[in-house]
Structures are given as structure tokens and as C-alpha cells.
Design a protein around this ligand. Sequence first.
Ligand SMILES: Nc1ncnc2c1ncn2[C@@H]1O[C@H](COP(=O)(O)OP(=O)(O)OP(=O)(O)O)[C@@H](O)[C@H]1O
Ligand SMILES: Nc1ccn([C@H]2C[C@H](O)[C@@H](COP(=O)(O)O)O2)c(=O)n1
Ligand SMILES: [Mg+2]
Length: 244
Amino acid sequence: MWRKVTSTSFSSLKSSLFFTRLHLQQASKHNAASASAVSRFATIAPLQEKDGRCPFITFVLGGPGSGKGTQCIKIVETFGFKHLSAGDLLRREMVSNSEYGSMILNTIKEGRIVPSEVTVKLILKEMESSDNHKFLIDGFPRSEENRIAFEKISGAEPDVVLFFDCPEDEMVKRVLSRNQGRIDDNIDTIKKRLKVFEALNLPVIDYYAKKGKVHRINAVGTVDEIFEQVKPVFKACEKAFNRS
Ligand SMILES: Nc1ncnc2c1ncn2[C@@H]1O[C@H](COP(=O)(O)OP(=O)(O)OP(=O)(O)O)[C@@H](O)[C@H]1O
Ligand SMILES: Nc1ccn([C@H]2C[C@H](O)[C@@H](COP(=O)(O)O)O2)c(=O)n1
Ligand SMILES: [Mg+2]
């Protein structure tokens, strides 16, 4: 159903030994929530084919400020994907008088991860209502809880996982000069987001790397130089875009 794509080598992913006891405790506490989150999704339907074509799903991962959103714009222009940024969907939900508004605001301010129940629902709603069947899901899954919830509820796995690998000092520099008025673009929240990235998101990347789905992109360089690494990943998949 969901086809595996060839991966590039993946040398710089930090090994599981990297994680401190604290990180492991955070991760295990977070995963414990996944079973109950999934059970609350009984009313959301799994993803369906569109015009006889299977959804083609790309997860776009990397630390805060690694350039995910910037590269997604270029991928959309060149390959015609629908871009769904989990962070943007949550920010939109936050300002829409939603019952989850204050919870999302506090979670983002603290650099933590919103429960999958909320995020997966927002993503699947957008996927279902889109005419497109090729999706870039940016900044998701951020945790094993996110990943498990998405796979169980949608019945789908990603075809491709892009990992923008960027040194921390570069990510901090970029986020602090982003200047888009985001409540989480300050040094205190960035430090927390970086810790959460290591503790909760690297295990997701590790999981998909073991399945051969991760394409590591060196996220240092100009936007165009980085896109030159991204292009061949999708060129190699063009046949799979329209499979039924
Ligand atoms: N290759 C690059 N070189 C220098 N600056 C960059 C590069 N790519 C993106 N930027 C800038 O860095 C900032 C962060 O980029 P972007 O918003 O794409 O990151 P992100 O991974 O989506 O971050 P977040 O997870 O916080 O949403 C932006 O101001 C963007 O213009
Ligand atoms: N799967 C996700 C994605 C995002 N969030 C929250 C927490 C993030 O720090 C914030 C901003 O996301 P970004 O725009 O940096 O991708 O949104 C989350 O809880 N779960
Ligand atoms: Mg972004």
C-alpha cells in the first residue's frame, strides 16, 4: 500500500546512547499517552484514494529553524505538493476561538508538543479536503506519540521522510533572526524546543531511518544549495506520485 523509497546514508543521526536518562523518561511518559489519544479518534476515517490515486506522503523533519518551511515552499513550486505545516495549523487553531486555544498557546510557549489528538485531527481534515494527493507534512510527527497516532488513524505511512540536519548554533541564529512575531522565537523557548527535538523527534527519525525512508539533507548552505539536495529525492519518486 505505502511504498518504501531508497534512502541515502545517514551518518550524523545521533545514536540512542546520546539520550540522557531525563530524555528517556520524557519520551516514555509521552508515549504512554498515545494509546488513549488513539482511542479518542474512533470517528476519524482512514485516508482514502483520490481519483484512483494513493496519497503520496512526505514527512518533513528537522530541528527548530533548520529550514523546513523554507524548503517546503520550493518543493511546492517544483513538484506541486500541498504543504501542511503542523505548527501553522496549530497556530491557526489557536486564534480561531477553538476550545483548544489556550492549551495550544501554553504548549507552544513552553516549547512542548500538543497532544496528537488535536494535531492529527487538524492534519487529516486538511488532507481530506484537499484536491491534491501529494502532501508535505512539515514539522510532524514530532514524537513517537504523534507518529503512532497518525499511522493508526490514517492507516498510512510516509513514502518519504526528509530530515534537515542542522547544527544547533545555526538553528538558534536563524530562529532569533526570523522576525515573524512567533511567541516561541525567543532564546528560552528555543532551548526547550531543542531539548524536545532531541528527546522526542530524533527517535522518530531513527525509526524511519531503520525502515529506509529517511533522506538526510545537510541543512547548512544557501537555500538553493540545500534545494539541490532535495530535488533528486523527489525526481526519483515521480513515477510513484500517480500510483493507484
Ligand atoms: N539555508 C538557509 N540559510 C540561512 N537562513 C535560512 C536558510 N533557510 C531558512 N533560513 C531562514 O531561517 C529561518 C528559519 O527557517 P524556517 O522557518 O524555514 O525553519 P523551520 O525549520 O520551518 O523552523 P520551525 O521548526 O521553527 O518552524 C527563517 O527566517 C528563514 O528565512
Ligand atoms: N507536530 C507538532 C508540530 C508543532 N507543534 C507545536 C510545538 C512547536 O514548537 C510549535 C511550532 O511548530 P513549528 O512551526 O516550529 O513546526 O507547534 C506540536 O505541538 N506538534
Ligand atoms: Mg516551520
